[in-house]
Ligand binder design. Structure first.
Ligand SMILES: Nc1ncnc2c1ncn2[C@@H]1O[C@H](COP(=O)(O)OP(=O)(O)OP(=O)(O)O)[C@@H](O)[C@H]1O
Ligand SMILES: [Mg+2]
Length: 235
């Protein structure tokens, strides 16, 4: 579904990605793990069209999307739940979810999709009229995922859904990620520093280190890999 070949991204003189290649198969959860500054967010931003690659190929459903404007990429069915959540603080939960549906062609299934999001995250239903800025961190994360789902994506990209959230809510959110993948058959590209969790829920994984992919394998194999255990899973 998604294929990246030899992708290079620079921020001015700083090179953030030095030629990464990866694939995401339809229906799978694929994870990209790596430490602070490895280039995880940059990879997602390049796919979403929020940064322009210096060179390389990004194909989505066999169409070249590298360098297209972000709205055109969302329109093709790629949605991102950004790092740090970035909900619209002064808008209500419902208004935030409406924003997610903004670029959709047909609005006819809006109510049905809203029901699905509320069914996955009942807390959002309870807080439908509350300003998003007053939600807890974990609830804002649910809202960011719900908002991305409202654009009816074919591929959902999640940037560190566990970041800064209480362990109990992290568990809930990861269960929901699996549920969304299984029930909707939605393909997910998951970026995480929490390698342990990410490798538990995903099918396949890539390890990113300072802008390069140093290892890839099934998530089961990565969890048993000695180097991965020592560097990312606490031994
Ligand atoms: N707008 C920017 N301008 C300059 N350098 C940047 C910019 N954004 C990111 N970088 C640099 O690019 C590198 C990769 O950053 P990126 O945000 O992709 O890392 P990350 O893997 O998502 O890290 P984290 O886990 O901390 O979120 C870092 O060295 C960072 O300092
Ligand atoms: Mg990041």
């Amino acid at each position: 579904m998604l294929e990246i070949r030899d992708l290079h991204v620079n921020y001015g003189a700083i090179s953030a990605l030095h030629g990464i290649s990866l694939k995401v198969e339809q229906g799978k959860i694929v994870t990209l793990i790596g430490a602070n500054g490895a280039g995880k967010t940059t990879t997602l931003r390049a796919i979403s069209g929020l940064v322009k690659p210096r060179s390389g190929v990004i194909n989505f459903e066999n169409h070249a999307i590298a360098g297209l404007p972000a709205h055109a990429i969302v329109g093709r069915g790629l949605a991102q739940s950004p790092e740090g959540r970035m909900v619209f603080a002064n808008l209500t939960v419902l208004e935030n979810l409406r924003m997610g549906a903004y670029l959709r062609k047909g609005q006819e299934n809006f109510a049905k999709d809203l029901d699905y999001v509320f069914c996955i995250f009942p807390r959002l239903k309870e807080r439908e009229w509350q300003a998003a800025g007053t939600l807890s961190g974990g609830e804002q994360q649910m809202l960011a995922i719900g908002r991305a789902l409202m654009s009816k994506p074919k591929l959902l990209m999640l940037d560190e859904p566990s970041l800064g959230i209480a362990p109990l809510l992290v568990k809930t959110i990861f269960e929901k990620i699996v549920e969304i993948n299984q029930e909707l058959g939605l393909t997910i590209l998951l970026v995480e520093q929490n390698a342990n969790l990410a490798l538990k829920v995903s099918h396949y994984g890539y390890v990113l280190e300072t802008g390069r992919i140093i290892l890839e394998d099934t998530s089961t194999a990565l969890r048993e890999n000695k180097e991965v255990r020592a560097a990312y899973l606490g031994g």
